[in-house]
Design a protein. Structure first.
Length: 174
C-alpha cells in the first residue's frame, strides 16, 4: 500500500504548489487574468491526471487510499483550492471586463466629441467667428467633458455595487 501513500502525498504536494501560485498577484489586471487562467489550466490537468476517486478494485485498497487522503488533508485542500481558483478567475475576468468597458466608453465619447468638433469646425470654416461662436464651441466641449465624467462615475459606482454584492453572495455559495 506504499504506492497509495506516495500518490496521496504527491497530490498533497501538488495542491500545496497550486495554493502557493494562487497567493501571487501582480499589478496588471490583464497579467493577473492570464496567470489565473494558467493556474486554472494547471488545476484541471492535475484533477484529470492525478486525482483518482478509485485507485483499485479492492475495497481495502480504496479505503486505505481515502484514509491517506483524509490524513494528509488532500480532500479539504482540493475543495478549498477549487473554490479559490474559480473565485479568482471570476474576479479577474470581471476586472478585465470593467477595464474593457471603461476603455470602450472613453473611445465612444472621445469619438463623439471629435465628430462634433469636426462638424463645428466645418461650420465655422464657412462663417466668420464671433465671440458668441467661440463661447458656444467652448460650452459644447465642456458639456462633452462633463458628460464623460458623469458616465464614468456612474459606471464606477455600478462596478463597486456589483463587487459588494458578489462579496456578500460569495460566502453563501460555500
Amino acid at each position: 500500500y506504499f504506492p497509495l501513500y506516495i500518490l496521496a502525498l504527491y497530490q498533497k504536494m501538488r495542491l500545496s504548489l497550486l495554493a502557493g501560485e494562487l497567493q501571487r498577484g501582480g499589478t496588471s489586471s490583464y497579467r493577473n487574468l492570464i496567470e489565473s487562467q494558467s493556474i486554472q489550466r494547471d488545476f484541471v490537468l492535475f484533477r484529470n491526471h492525478y486525482l483518482y476517486h478509485e485507485v483499485t478494485h479492492k475495497p481495502l485498497g480504496g479505503t486505505i487510499y481515502h484514509c491517506f487522503q483524509r490524513a494528509l488533508g488532500v480532500t479539504e485542500m482540493y475543495e478549498s483550492i477549487s473554490d479559490e481558483v474559480q473565485q479568482i478567475l471570476e474576479h479577474y475576468e470581471a476586472s478585465q471586463q470593467r477595464d474593457t468597458n471603461r476603455m470602450l466608453a472613453f473611445i465612444t465619447f472621445a469619438g463623439l466629441g471629435l465628430v462634433v468638433l469636426a462638424m463645428v469646425f466645418d461650420y465655422v470654416g464657412h462663417i466668420q467667428l464671433t465671440s458668441a461662436h467661440v463661447a458656444w464651441l467652448v460650452a459644447g466641449i465642456g458639456l462633452l467633458a462633463v458628460l464623460y465624467v458623469v458616465i464614468d462615475v456612474i459606471i464606477r459606482q455600478r462596478e463597486r455595487l456589483i463587487a459588494r454584492q458578489q462579496r456578500r453572495i460569495a460566502p453563501l455559495r460555500r
